[in-house]
Write a protein that binds this ligand. Sequence first.
Ligand code: MOS
Length: 734
Amino acid sequence: MVNYIGTATPRVDGRAKVTGEAKYAGEFSAPGLAYGSVVESTIPKGRIARIDTSEALRVEGVLDVLTHEKRPRMAHTDDAYKDETAPEEGSPFRPLYDDRIRFSGQPIALVLAEEWEIARYAASLVRIEYEKQAFVTNLYKQRDEAFVVKKPHKPRGNVKKAYAAAHVSHEAEYFIPTEHHNPMELFASTVMWEGGGKLTVYDKTQGVQNVQRYLCSVFNKKADDLRVISPFVGGAFGSGLRPQYQVVLAVLGTLALKRSVRLVLTRQQMYGLGYRPATIERLALGAKADGTLDAITHEAIAVTSQFEDFSRNDTGWAALLYKSANAKYVHRLARLDVPTSSDMRAPGAATGVYALESAMDELAVALKLDPIELRLRCYSDRDQNEDVPYTSKQLRECYRQGAEAFGWDKRKPEPRSMRDGSELVGWGMATGVWEALQMPVAARIVLTANGHAEVSCAASDIGTGTYTIMAQVAADTLGLPLENITIKLGDSTLPQAPVEGGSWMAASASHAVATTAKEVRKELLALAKAVKDSPLAGAKLEGVVLTEGKVVSKHDTGRAVSIADAMRHGAIDRIEKEKTNSFPDDSSHARNTHSAVFVEVKVDEQLGVIRVTRVVSAIAAGRILNTQTAHSQIIGSVVGGIGMALHEETQFDHRFGRIMNANIAEYHVPVNADVRDIKVIFVDEPDDIINPLGIKGLGEIGIVGVAAAIANAVYHATGKRVRDLPITLDKLQR
Ligand code: MOS
């Protein structure tokens, strides 16, 4: 029996990607394709008093210039602009809708031309006069105006009293700056004018059906008339969860010209989209003399726009990790004149757990306890927010195996006590936690008599390996070799799927495939039993398996009917089934993934340069579908964590309300030279409650805790506690 699940299976789309055969949204073409270029606002708040497009229109090759004054019709209700990932509260941004300026970098005109260069040049000739208004882009200026977001996490006990009575306590404020996703692929849409009112939209997105519903509602189109396709995505990190403005503009352009239009944003323009919100986190921890926690206060103040309330769970994570009878969490939002913040790389957890795990390290220092020992003393076997046990939680094993692989027992506890030549050596650790979510996903399987199966679903593969794991599950559940499986994804006409995000797609899509495969097996068995003198007469579904292209009795492998024979006898040449996954939707268990991250840094004592020389990430995330793609996901996430800790920061000039480093020369991300030795351990975590295959999903868990582990290692190396990210060398000197 073939068994692909759990193996290191190379990406089935790897070849297409490295040969350039895989096409991305900005690479599709059509005869007569026109090109768009966006004009952005240079002020953060006010009105467009006058917009003069005459000079741009005179450029040879320019086809049209669209503005709020001159554009095809768009919907005029807030509801029409709410996509499946839009914040509940507020009114989504509508590009080119009216004369109001809500943020710097807002699209205010779209130039359409025969060539991209012409469009871009003409865009520089559009003249705008603004009526400026007072604005604020600095979170610290607005923190006192921040309002409380209603969150379900209930307070426990009397935290004030417990904190006052604590034997040892620690209170501090931590800061995470605004960060931008910066995926490799630029946001792009190519909209094909199909005639007869039909459009095909190639879009960079994490969810084609989400974009389809959104565009249909904004442009009052029927679902059959607007198809959205996104076979490959060059990274997104959450930026592709919501439909972005370029897809709206590309459709507007197509409707205006009645021609196909391609619009690719520049790197700089991508800083006018969503971002990880700058967040101030305040932690107050109180411990008893025995080193157990008795009081936790976690407060966060995060950025959102003036027009939508975006927030994620920053503050509730302590209740999943650490026992404490008394706890209180408060999440506030501050409105700034910027675009709405958005999901980015483990939203809420990457930031909230950074603060929590930094504070835990500081508490361990105050208690003179090993940081792992403190975490073990506070270890919680229940989710205290909901007071329920976990479907599985092998975090203890993460600590144990991670520490062993890292060599943690050789750590000298005193800061500045370990050296390597002229460099200070620091060892730090932190815990990571994320959700193991599942969403409704449908899959269609078409099995043909030659033993080939095509599996299709609207889900996107944002680079995470969805094609590959779906092929593995299909191969195993249909008993076919991997080469006999074709996966089709990223097309709104395929069976329903939500956006790919939240690390929920692997578990969700796998079970959609497994559920549908069961229906295929049922039908095949019925056909096999109907074969004359069938060796499987009387066999039950549970009593047979599909293997090597045959329906085989589990009890007697000699009793078998091939797929080809079964279909021939039934006079059919294919079986087609479509089913939606199902999963227990009860609240009797918490579903989470966990990690323990160990980091070594080396710090040049004179210059303050910090290098992350070693990382060990021990992950507990249920059954691992593909050890190779899973490993790659965690490596990528750890690199994201290095960026968060040491490099990434979107910097504003608050006098102008504009981003100063809107490019990847000055917005620093880790490069190869910043990435040394990263070891990933997958801890065995059987889970027969969460779903039949025991899958939890990966990706985001790999970043949570990394920034704290690095910050803790920097403290251990230098004796200097930097509480505002990124930890740049100047901060070590101050
Ligand atoms: Mo993720 S931030 O849900 O793409």
